[in-house]
Design a protein around this ligand. Structure first.
Ligand SMILES: Nc1ncnc2c1ncn2[C@@H]1O[C@H](COP(=O)(O)OP(=O)(O)O)[C@@H](O)[C@H]1O
Ligand SMILES: [Mg+2]
Length: 252
């Protein structure tokens, strides 16, 4: 068995207001795998994502990505790791800079990781095409695009550096059901093509069901259950997981 791609151990975060948002959470993710993280709003999913992405500093715990302790990484090592660990944020309104064209948003990520100017335009066009957005739209601004298109572009930006892991935090939650399905299908297809691993976070189990190999269930900052996606659907152990499942209309 190869080394896991991501090993988060004992992550804990208490905010200044006293809220214990994440309480001793440990997660492991292997190459090419999709781990779904579900839980109701406020259960600590986004805080966990931020701790993993090093956007927040944990009070305790450790994140090892591709064998590197993220908290200790500096300079060029950190930059290289950031290229390999990307994010698709939640809302179409905030996932892209409103003052940057969508092409520039992708180009910005490429420049930050050392891509040459001449290679960038072709790469941007290729990525847009790959996510189903016309390369001719590269000069448009996010507010001129639909929510589904913006999330496709955020996905293109995340894929630009050929990452090994993308953290998707409610990446399709703000979209209509039919658009959600389209973006999820695209994500699954791109994953098959590139072998990228996904940490796929959603409050909506029916969304996670489509894409996850394994599922971790969060409740009040704690990870209360983890298992194969099938096991979670057919034989949930924790009462909270059963409550989550019973709230999905498609599962009877
Ligand atoms: N920056 C912050 N300062 C204080 N409390 C926060 C902050 N961010 C999140 N919280 C609180 O931490 C808990 C977990 O939030 P979050 O991780 O965003 O949950 P989720 O993503 O599952 O909805 C919530 O009670 C939330 O109000
Ligand atoms: Mg959240």
């Amino acid at each position: 068995m190869t080394e896991p791609l991501l090993v988060a151990t004992g992550l804990t975060k208490r905010f200044a207001n006293g809220v214990l948002a994440v309480d001793d959470v440990s997660l492991t993710l292997h190459e090419g795998e999709t781990l779904g993280v579900v839980g109701e709003s406020g259960s600590g999913k986004s805080t966990t994502a931020k701790l993993i992405l090093r956007l927040l500093r944990p009070d305790a715990g450790q994140v090892v990505f591709a064998g590197h302790d993220l908290a200790r990484a500096r300079g060029s090592e950190l930059r290289a790791l950031r290229a390999r660990l990307q994010v698709v944020p939640q809302s179409p309104q905030t996932s892209l800079n409103p003052r940057m064209t969508v092409g520039d948003a992708i180009a910005f990520n490429l420049r930050a990781h050392g891509w040459r100017r001449r290679a960038i335009a072709a790469r941007v066009a290729h990525l847009l095409d790959r996510v189903g957005v016309s390369p001719a739209d590269a000069g448009r601004y996010p507010h001129e695009m639909s929510g589904g298109q913006v999330q496709r572009i955020a996905l293109a930006r995340a894929l630009a550096t050929d990452p090994e892991l993308i953290v998707c935090d409610e990446a399709v939650s703000a979209l209509d059901k039919s658009i959600q399905a389209q973006v999820l299908n695209l994500l699954a297809e791109l994953q098959r093509e590139t072998g990228v691993a996904l940490l796929f976070i959603s409050h909506d189990l029916s969304v996670v069901e489509h894409i996850a190999d394994r599922v971790a269930v969060m409740y009040l900052g704690r990870l209360v259950e983890e298992g194969g996606a099938d096991q979670i659907w057919t034989a949930p152990r924790h009462p909270y997981t059963r409550t989550l499942l019973s709230s999905i209309p498609s599962i009877t």
